[in-house]
Design a protein around this ligand. Structure first.
Ligand SMILES: C[S@@+](CC[C@H](N)C(=O)[O-])C[C@H]1O[C@@H](n2cnc3c(N)ncnc32)[C@H](O)[C@@H]1O
Length: 254
């Protein structure tokens, strides 16, 4: 099984859970991302790995036209349903691998990818595809989780990510994202790092689990809670475990 079939299988099976997940439904943070991108009525947007359309559907309220592409037909079908429910006719979704899209069309004024690079092995390739689709002077934005600045924490949480979501490939560093812009001569206009406190079990259930996977996740969680350093990223609050995660958002102009 190659990494793309893992992604397709995982997201086709878990599409409904993903769409219902609190983070997918968090309009406030999605609106903050649209504001960060200074989205306006003149924008033509390409949302790479759009999932069930969280960003695309909101962007359609502010931009002229939005195209979302995703490799999972399950995710795309829900995105289409969501657009129909909202009676939006300026947003369209397509099932495609971002690495296979027709590049060099330089059509889009904003090319964005939210929470998806950690699934992508050939992330440099994906970024050059994004650049090729972007018109001169257009903007390119990535928002994704970033790795911890500490190998022990990083190794532990990468193991946890892979137990929760088999299609997780690797959490990249802020430097790796920054270098994508530098290496492609994209001028960085803004970068910010934020910290999120994700509800651990809400995150676990955003994808399909079975008894064995739940048991393995619980076992690794117990191991982490017993370690002072790891436990500092797993706070207990009101009966919930909150997972401290850093997120990087970066935008540049072509
Ligand atoms: C964590 S979800 C994020 C979805 C959406 N961007 C959001 O913010 O809700 C990651 C998405 O990346 C998609 N994906 C991963 N690799 C892809 C590829 N090579 N081409 C297109 N989509 C891809 C998956 O199918 C999945 O829907």
């Amino acid at each position: 099984m190659n990494e793309n079939s893992k992604i397709i299988e995982q997201f086709n099976k878990g599409a409904r859970n993903f769409d219902d997940w609190s983070v997918t439904q968090d309009e406030k943070s999605i609106k903050a991302l649209a504001d960060f991108c200074e989205l306006s009525k003149s924008d033509i947007v390409l949302d790479i790995a759009c999932g069930t359309g969280a960003f695309s559907l909101l962007a359609a309220r502010y931009a002229d036209n939005v195209k979302g592409i995703d490799i999972s037909s399950g995710m795309v079908n829900i995105a289409k349903e969501n657009a129909k429910k909202r009676e939006l006719d300026n947003v369209h979704f397509y099932c495609q691998n971002v690495e296979d899209i027709d590049v060099d069309n330089q059509l889009f004024s904003l090319v964005i990818s939210r929470s998806a690079f950690h699934h992508m092995k050939r992330y440099k390739n994906v970024f050059s595809q994004m650049v090729s689709c972007c018109k001169p002077d257009g903007r390119i934005c990535i928002q994704d989780i970033i790795s911890y600045d500490n190998k022990k924490l990083d190794d532990y949480f990468e193991e946890m990510e892979q137990l929760i979501d088999k299609s997780h490939y690797r959490t990249y560093t802020k430097r790796e994202f920054f270098n994508l812009y530098k290496e492609n001569n994209i001028k960085v206009l803004g970068l910010f790092e934020s910290e999120s406190n994700m509800d651990f079990y809400d995150y676990v259930e955003h994808t399909i689990q079975n008894d064995i996977s739940r048991k393995n996740i619980d076992k690794l969680l117990m191991k982490g809670l017993a370690d002072e350093e790891i436990a500092s990223c797993l706070m207990e609050k009101d009966g919930h475990i909150l997972w401290k995660r850093k997120v990087c958002t970066i935008i540049g102009s072509k």
